[in-house]
Design a binder for this molecule. Structure first.
Ligand code: ADP
Ligand code: ADP
Length: 230
């Protein structure tokens, strides 16, 4: 079952930068796809087109069977189905970790408070922070904040999770705890697209690796084929 079908997408930024060139790729449900390539090759742009943080110039994208660019598509609804984790954690500083996780389900999805609270607590446990729920972000390490950001993205019960260099802003000793949470999600069958420079993680966890260069998708293959060939 196809979760994402990107067909011949091109992206021009308003300044003329041709960031994506005829990129076609698919992601099946339950698959973990890692996107690699040099800085400026379009990885982040590609990821951001999958929840329409960036609009594409030409081509088409289907997510969960829905054409993102059809006039009848409710883009907000589609976005709720796609969780995203950024390099910078962007937690609300005046809210506790748990409140950060509860915010979107309460305000955007308008789910009942008790249900949201129980789900959020379970998610905090799942990312290993059940004893940090009432901390404010400034009283959490970078690795802990990023795990809260993952819990926050999961709180909307997404079918697809996007990660844009989730460990790049972390001190080295905190990278592992975030990658471990992501490995756990992969094992549970979450569909994920991940931009990362963590090649060990890609080798271990990815079902497929996409290699981009200068806006083009040059390689789409298994980690074995990508990393083990001379
Ligand atoms: P990567 O994630 O691989 O580092 P990006 O997707 O961030 O690559 O960038 C791809 C290209 O698009 C780069 O040349 C970058 O400078 C350009 N770019 C990214 N964002 C913008 C923007 N908002 N406006 C103009 N150009 C951009
Ligand atoms: P990354 O490689 O992590 O994407 P960048 O430095 O390429 O980081 O981009 C940081 C921010 O600046 C992003 O929001 C991106 O969209 C924007 N950006 C990147 N290149 C350009 C550009 N040439 N013009 C305008 N904005 C840009």
């Amino acid at each position: 079952e196809l979760m994402v079908v990107a067909n011949e997408i091109d992206k021009f930024y308003p300044n003329g930068c041709h960031a994506l060139k005829a990129v076609s790729a698919t992601i099946h449900r339950g698959e973990v796809v890692v996107i690699i390539g040099p800085s400026g090759s379009g990885k982040s742009t590609f990821l951001r087109t999958l929840n329409q943080l960036e609009e594409i110039s030409t081509g088409s994208i289907m997510v969960d069977g829905i054409d993102m660019y059809s006039k009848s598509t409710n883009i907000n609804q589609l976005r709720q189905n796609v969780g995203m984790v950024f390099q910078s954690f962007n937690l609300f500083p005046h809210k506790t970790a748990l409140e950060n996780v509860m915010l979107a389900p309460l305000k955007v999805a308008k789910r009942p408070h008790k249900e949201v609270s129980e789900h959020a607590k379970a998610l905090m446990k799942r990312v290993g922070l059940e004893d940090r729920m009432n901390n404010y972000p400034t009283h959490l390490s970078g690795g802990q904040q990023q795990r809260v950001a993952i819990a926050r993205a999961l709180a909307m019960k997404p079918d697809l999770m996007l990660f844009d260099e989730p460990t790049s802003a972390l001190d080295p000793e905190m990278v592992g705890e975030v990658l471990d949470v992501m490995k756990g999600l992969a094992k549970e069958g979450m569909t994920m697209a991940i931009v990362t420079h963590e090649m060990g993680f890609a080798k271990e966890v990815a079902d497929r690796v996409l290699f981009m260069e200068e806006g083009a998708l040059l390689v789409d293959d298994t980690p074995q084929a990508v990393f083990d060939n001379p």
